[in-house]
Design a protein around this ligand. Structure first.
Ligand code: HEM
Length: 414
């Protein structure tokens, strides 16, 4: 149970959980706990991203997500993350995408891509995902150091995205490269890197424009680009919107699943007793997958802008305020998840996690992510794979993507 908010007891150091060094050095979990234990909602009066509210708890995040007409996702009002602003005086590149739109535009555009993620589509994709996962795991070096992030997590998510888009296979590594350039906040610290980023994103625009033209010629096909071209809601979409939604799918499917795949190795190393439960009972895999997504929470937050004065947890949020929902905090809330810092494959309420968000913007790719991660667990268990972490991971240096740049491991079989 959260105690009443006592602002006087909290310093700016307690309140500003957006600082990149906290995430890079992994000092963030105790910070989140301090703030959460002090109450569900806090106002940080200054930060590199300006003042913002932090919503720390499960119940209040659900409340904010349930009121999309009051808490806007619109890019015009500031968008869905904090951070990532260009240097002073430099123009920001904005690709309109439906994650950063409100109703009614959001509804129509989401409907266009949703058919790519139905249960029957997942059944269609299952065998190819299994085949690719098995081939990749069998190709890994045994008894030799390698980076799990690069060789496994990035490669498997990239192959999946290339399949969804029917993207030229030999160029598939461009997808995570573009995703990194689009979201890597470290890369836009100075004007020179900002210009370079513009250039790379422009190359991406040219590439996707070519694919669009080719697919338009071809007509109906089950890949996501053809779906967008042929759907009523999006066929008249502007070029910029088309590109925005493509980037959304690349980024949405990339960082998130990738970091959960690395999370799978982290939990194997951190919680050997819990992993043993999974080995003893593989029927736990679907639940273990939800639990992995809860534990990892690869997107640490989403942001909203208040459109009207409103009260949440007894605090008045003013129209125009910046509201940050910290999923990572809610997913580690002891009142909701006992021993919340521990990954437990048999946790009864693992599916109540908020890592996919909640409400009208809840992750459209959730089933696909669960499918890929479930298959990864199945194939690791089938090989009795033990992946030993050789060092602490290198982490992403921002408060949005809660993930890993590198995890050096050594694989042992049998
Ligand atoms: C939205 C997380 C995988 C595509 C979201 C949101 C979150 C999220 C937190 C925003 C929810 C909100 O604003 O309320 C995750 C996690 C994943 C994952 C944790 C993996 C573990 C994927 C995959 C795809 C995808 C595989 C597609 C290939 C999207 C899209 C949206 C979205 C298109 C926008 C939905 C909307 O605005 O209606 N995701 N995601 N995600 N995700 Fe995912």
């Amino acid at each position: 149970m959260a105690t009443a908010y006592k602002p006087s007891e909290l310093t700016l150091d307690d309140l500003d959980i957006s600082r990149p060094d906290l995430w890079r050095d992994y000092a963030i979990l105790p910070k989140l706990a301090t703030l959460r234990n002090a109450g569900p909602l806090h106002y940080c009066p200054e930060s590199d991203f300006g003042p913002y509210w932090s919503v720390m708890s499960h119940r209040e995040i659900v409340e904010v997500e349930s009121k999309p007409d009051i808490f806007s996702s619109s890019w015009d009002r500031g968008g869905i993350t904090i951070g990532g602003r260009p240097p002073e005086g430099e123009e920001e590149i904005r690709f309109p995408m439906f994650i950063a739109m409100d109703r009614p535009q959001h509804t129509g555009q989401r409907r266009t891509v949703a058919p790519a993620f139905t249960p029957s589509e997942m059944d269609r994709l299952r065998a190819s995902i299994r085949g690719r996962t098995a081939t990749l795991l069998d190709s890994l070096p045994v008894g030799e150091a390698f980076d799990w992030v690069d060789l496994v997590s990035v490669e498997l998510t990239t192959q999946m995205l290339a399949t969804l888009f029917d993207f030229p296979w030999e160029d598939r590594r461009l997808l995570p490269y573009w995703s990194d350039v689009a979201t890597d906040f470290d890369a836009i610290k100075d004007v020179e890197s900002h210009r370079k980023r513009h250039e790379i994103l422009f190359q991406m625009v040219v590439y996707f424009q070519r694919l669009w033209d080719e697919r338009k010629e071809k007509g109906l096909a089950p890949d996501l680009i053809s779906m967008m071209i042929n759907s009523d809601a999006t066929k008249d979409m502007s070029q910029l919107e088309y590109l925005g939604n493509l980037i959304l799918l690349i980024v949405g499917g990339n960082d998130t699943t990738r970091n959960s795949m690395t999370g799978a190795v982290m939990v194997q190393n951190r919680y050997p007793d819990q992993w043993a439960k999974l080995v003893a009972n593989p029927a736990l895999i679907p639940n273990a997958t939800s639990e992995l997504i809860r534990w990892q929470t690869p997107l640490a937050h989403m942001r909203r802008t208040a459109l009207a004065d409103t009260v949440v947890a007894g605090q008045t949020i003013r129209a125009g305020d910046n509201v940050v929902m910290w999923y990572l905090s809610a997913n580690r809330e002891e009142g909701m998840f006992a021993a919340a810092d521990t990954w437990m494959p048999d946790r009864e309420n693992a599916r109540r996690h908020l890592a996919f968000g909640h409400g009208i913007h809840r992750c459209v790719g959730a089933r696909l992510a669960e499918l890929q991660l479930g298959i990864l667990f199945e194939e690791m268990l089938a090989r009795n794979m033990r992946v030993r972490a050789l060092a602490e991971p290198k982490r992403v240096n921002n408060c949005f993507v809660h993930g890993y740049r590198q995890l050096m491991v050594e694989m042992m079989r049998g």
